[in-house]
Design a protein around this ligand. Structure first.
Ligand code: NIG
Ligand code: FE
Length: 418
């Protein structure tokens, strides 16, 4: 890494997202703190000074010559995008199921018939560590090219201690080797394996007694997630799993109310989850409870789009005071995409959210959804220098010119990585 300072100069719009501490709610989500003609001075991986180009030049006059310079004239500069919900680490793909769904089969029918998550579990169990690493690295490269500098990655295609550890170790290795920061979540309770079909409580016991303690002991995850859905894990089973995670220092997350209302949002508030994700069918009471507890709603419009379902009501959630974040849910069944900008576009068009709220949801609120809000998600002095230069002149252009990749330069920890 070059020891030189980095000087990003004269952005058409520098969207800093500077604002109150904590996940942003309601009107705060519209406050982007934009500097026209803004510049950023980066040193030792950290943001050292943010202001108009004139202010930066005045302040650092004697040192301008020593810096590496990036001209942002005519461009939009934002914090590095954060994706707080992915199933990054897996092997194979499920095009065949896509076609079945287009002909009328539902996601849950395919899963009950042994496909869906089970199909990817089989493929991931059979794949070597190297193969899984390579396939996941390729996805990570693409995330980076779309402006993502940090993402969360879940296990959950192993469904046994040994196989879950294999996935989590690949995520750990990718975090060490790749410029994108990978934050790990244990999701042993992603599906009930076929062998436990009629005794799911036995599998829950195994997750609690065997898997969670070992994952925590090896420090392979920060979060613990569960697919709380009829036919998968009940709210009672989910509660037990999330409470067990808490006892081992794993912060709770939950796949909640995706297919039908099932009390997932309520449970998220009850256990003090960091986030509840999906929420297409969340009840009004559940949303109120989340607002009261400050649980971040991680919304996944790409999943609704790809499953041809009605989107979660992002507008209602913002208005109810829930901090909203956005994510790809990148996975081989319900959302095979790496484009967080496309997800942002869908949220504008189909969730009733404004471009400003959407940018907040994919940066600072997404950072809070993975407990990184004090370090990432905004361009403020002292924070890690994660930034993206987009080839559009303002933040609205990012979502308006949809379907193309506008990311031109990506900086992670003060280093130009794309
Ligand atoms: O978030 N809903 C459960 N899990 C994933 C899908 C995983 C898969 O189909 O492979 C999701 O949509
Ligand atoms: Fe998911």
């Amino acid at each position: 890494m070059s020891g030189k300072p980095l000087y990003i100069r004269n952005a058409a719009q520098l969207v800093t997202l500077k604002g109150p501490t904590g996940p942003r709610t309601r009107g705060e989500m519209e406050q982007l703190s934009i500097i026209q003609g803004g510049s950023v001075w980066v040193e030792a991986g950290r943001i050292r000074f943010v202001g108009t180009d004139e202010e930066v030049r005045r302040r650092l006059r004697s040192r301008i010559e020593e810096a590496d310079e990036i001209d942002a004239t005519g461009r939009l500069v934002t914090p590095g995008l954060v994706d707080p919900h992915t199933h990054l680490v897996f092997a194979g793909s499920r095009e065949g199921e896509f076609e079945m769904r287009l002909k009328g089969a539902t996601y849950m029918e395919i899963m009950k018939a042994g496909g869906g998550i089970h199909a990817t579990t089989t493929a991931t169990r059979q794949a070597s560590r190297e193969q899984i690493y390579e396939e996941s690295q390729c996805r990570l490269d693409q995330f980076l090219r779309h402006g993502v500098t940090t993402l969360e990655a879940k296990s959950g295609y192993g469904l046994s201690l040994e196989q879950e550890l294999k996935q989590l170790e690949v995520a750990r290795d990718l975090n060490q080797d790749h410029p994108v920061e990978v934050v790990s979540t244990f999701m042993g309770a992603h599906a009930v394996p076929a062998a436990y079909r009629d005794r799911s409580d036995d599998f829950v016991d195994q997750v609690i007694r065997e898997m969670i303690p070992e994952v925590a002991r090896r420090k392979l995850a920060e979060f613990n997630d569960v697919f709380c859905e009829r036919g998968v894990f009940t709210p009672d089973q989910s509660r037990r799993i999330l409470e067990a995670g808490k006892e081992h220092g794993l912060a709770p997350k939950i796949h909640a109310d995706e297919i039908e209302p099932y009390g997932g949002a309520e449970l998220a508030a009850e256990v003090g989850a960091v986030s509840a994700d999906h929420l297409l069918k969340a009840s009004a009471e559940g949303i109120q409870a989340m607002a009261k507890k400050g649980v971040v709603a991680v919304l996944l419009p790409g999943t609704a789009f790809f499953l041809m379902a009605e989107m979660a009501n992002g507008r209602n959630m913002v208005d109810a005071g829930v901090p909203v974040a956005l994510s790809t849910d990148c996975n081989p069944g319900s959302s095979p995409t790496v484009s967080l900008p496309l997800i942002m576009n869908l949220a504008c068009l189909h969730m009733g959210m404004t471009p400003a709220e959407v940018l907040t949801a994919a940066t600072i609120n997404a950072a809070y959804a993975i407990n990184r809000g004090d370090e990432l998600g905004s361009i403020e002095e002292g924070k890690q220098a994660d930034l993206v230069l987009f080839d559009v002149p303002n933040y609205m252009g990012l979502q308006y010119h949809y379907g193309s990749n506008h990311a031109a330069v990506v900086v992670k920890g003060g280093r130009v990585v794309y």
